[in-house]
Design a protein around this ligand. Structure first.
Ligand code: PEP
Length: 250
């Protein structure tokens, strides 16, 4: 049995004051969750979020990690800094990083390696663009991204990774993949993990769906056999919506 995991991706939203307000409202609403609950917050909110979630069932994550330990990498943030601030999880390879900030399968692999080396729990994002889905390339793209991300990563490290399947055309658009589309592609991604690491790792790996998941569509998605939770953008910014999603992930 895989324990579902619901993670909020706040993206570049929420000042410290807003972070305080959201977590204070959220914590009592999700206290009885039977899934893992994570909020991936902007770097400047991590320490505060860690403080506010102490003695709750909410874990804190970041949205990126440098591949190097330290040094001349302007604008990047190291594993040690994230851990010191209180991050437990880190999103790696989000499509917005791939689209707008030049993230490649190679850089995703380096960041993933660094997160694992430092004991951070990675949420690795993969997913196809609209033209790729329409061109029948969904599986090819997902395979390339998964194989690239896990290059030279051992099975014992791989099993610590959560994958988020996020079709790019469904992110922030209000368009969700159908339950069947999401389930089918996640099943395919699991089969790629099985090719790489065998059935035990594949069967144990948690693979989330992400892309306009909300309080209304979560039940249908979570009822699918392959879907182990969600990575939630827009709907994670409101305590009521996010807590409904958490409550549906049983
Ligand atoms: C995301 O940012 O990972 C995401 C899925 O966003 P949204 O839920 O807003 O589509």
């Amino acid at each position: 049995m895989r324990k579902p995991i619901i993670a909020g991706n706040w993206k570049m939203n929420k000042t410290a004051a807003e972070c305080r307000e959201l977590i204070t409202a959220l914590a009592p609403k999700v206290k009885d969750a039977t899934c893992d609950v994570v909020v991936c917050v902007p770097f400047t909110d991590i320490a505060l979020a860690a403080e506010l979630t102490k003695n709750t069932n909410i874990a804190v994550g970041a949205q990126n990690i440098a591949w190097a330990d330290s040094g001349a990498f302007t604008g990047e943030i190291s594993a040690a800094m994230l851990i010191e601030a209180g991050a437990e999880y880190v999103i790696i390879g989000h499509s917005e990083r791939r689209q707008y900030f030049g993230e490649t399968d190679e850089s995703v692999n380096k960041r993933l390696t660094q997160a694992l080396k430092n004991g951070l729990k990675p949420i690795l994002c993969v997913g196809e663009m609209l033209a790729e889905r329409e061109g029948g390339l969904t599986e090819k793209v997902c395979r390339t991204q998964v194989v690239g991300a896990f290059d030279k990563i051992s099975a014992s490290d791989a099993e610590k990774v959560v994958i988020a399947y996020e079709p790019v055309w469904a992110i922030g658009t209000g368009k969700t993949a159908t339950d069947e589309q999401a389930n089918e592609t996640i099943g395919f991604i699991r089969s790629v993990v099985k090719e790489l690491y065998g059935a035990k790792v594949a069967d144990g790996m948690r693979i989330q769906y992400g892309g306009s998941m909300n309080a209304k569509n979560v039940a249908g998605l979570m009822a699918q056999s392959e879907i182990d939770g969600g990575l939630i953008g827009g709907a994670s910014l409101k305590a009521d919506d996010f807590s409904i999603i958490v409550g549906a992930a049983k």
